[in-house]
Design a protein around this ligand. Structure first.
Ligand code: GDP
Length: 298
């Protein structure tokens, strides 16, 4: 119910349009499919995913010998489900020694998401430690410490301008010494200097490889869901500098562009692992494609 509520704007933009198409058309013809295409693209599912969905839908409509537009809605929903299907969205970093790097540009909700994630993991019985390796801005460090207090987890930090790799080194030693389950590292996301960013992430990864080889690893990219197709192109840029294992899609509560989750999974093949649906500490939900599509169209 909270998911449905969080997706209200996206639901309104997609569902109302789709419903009128299924009710308004008398024939399954080119106009019918064009109308659906337009709605999906307006809903930020992206051109690529939309095309795949329509191709799949047309084939199924043929196979099932459907004659009436109103019979096609379930077929469309199933096609969207299939396009999003990446198998299980795994949360393998839970309840084991793991290091989660979090990347993303300023303002997308990176710090907030780390705080929420720490709180959630803790509530589920994990011990959690944060590393403030986005050392570029003092505010980023302060903010992470603030969230550490809120979630009641430790934060390893150095002063502004210090070497991010040194913060990671200390954080890894602390995680090992404290027998921490999940070490979550806030890292910089300065995309405008890709080469530097790539070097910085490489250095961080080398330190973890060397100091904590037994740890399970993830790199989560935080994207602002309200930016729609821009989030998609941002993801493509980050894919050039890092091996991204999952996405945290934020601000899904305030946007009509929630369809971007479909575009991300279908086009990039990277699972959306969490969505942010508000500013409070408990406003982070594990993402499940099946539930997402159901919530969108139900
Ligand atoms: P950062 O610069 O990427 O670390 O971004 P912040 O974590 O500071 O977040 C930027 C703003 O977005 C803050 O005002 C947050 O409260 C807000 N924010 C983050 N996640 C969400 C979300 O899921 N929903 C809403 N409505 N706001 C969010």
């Amino acid at each position: 119910a909270r998911l449905k509520e969080g997706l209200t704007k996206t639901r309104n933009s997609i569902v109302s349009g789709i419903d009128s198409v299924f009710r308004g058309f008398t024939d399954i013809d080119d106009d019918f499919y064009e109308e659906i295409e337009e709605i999906l693209i307006m809903g930020d599912l992206g051109v690529d995913a939309t095309e795949k969905i329509l191709t799949d839908m047309k084939q199924k409509v043929k196979e099932l010998h459907l004659k009436e537009p109103h019979e096609c809605k379930e077929v469309l929903i199933d096609s969207i489900r299939r396009q999003m299907d990446l198998g299980e969205n795994a949360y393998e970093f839970e309840h084991r020694k793991s290091v989660v790097l979090v990347i993303g540009v300023n303002g997308v909700g990176k710090t907030t998401s780390i705080g929420k994630l720490a709180d959630q993991l803790k509530a589920e019985g994990n011990s959690v430690l944060l590393a403030a390796a986005d050392t570029f801005r003092a505010a980023a460090i302060d903010q992470l410490e603030e969230w550490g207090k809120r979630a009641n987890v430790g934060v390893i930090s150095h002063k502004e301008g210090s070497d991010p790799a040194a913060v990671i080194f200390d954080a890894v030693q602390a995680a090992k010494a404290r027998n921490t389950d999940v070490l979550i590292c806030d890292t910089a996301g300065r995309l405008h200097n890709k080469k530097n960013l790539m070097e910085e992430l490489k250095k961080i990864n080398r330190i973890i490889d060397k100091e904590y080889p037994e740890a399970y690893r993830e790199t989560l990219l935080v994207l602002d869901g309200t930016t729609g197709q821009n989030a998609l192109s941002q993801a493509k840029q980050f894919m050039e500098v890092a091996d991204i294992s999952g996405i945290i899609l934020t601000k899904m509560d305030g946007t009509a562009k929630g369809g971007i989750a479909v575009a991300i999974q279908s086009e990039l093949g990277i699972p959306v692992k969490y969505i942010g649906v508000g500013e409070r500490i408990d406003d982070l939900q594990k993402f499940n494609s099946e539930q997402f599509v159901t919530a969108l169209f139900d």
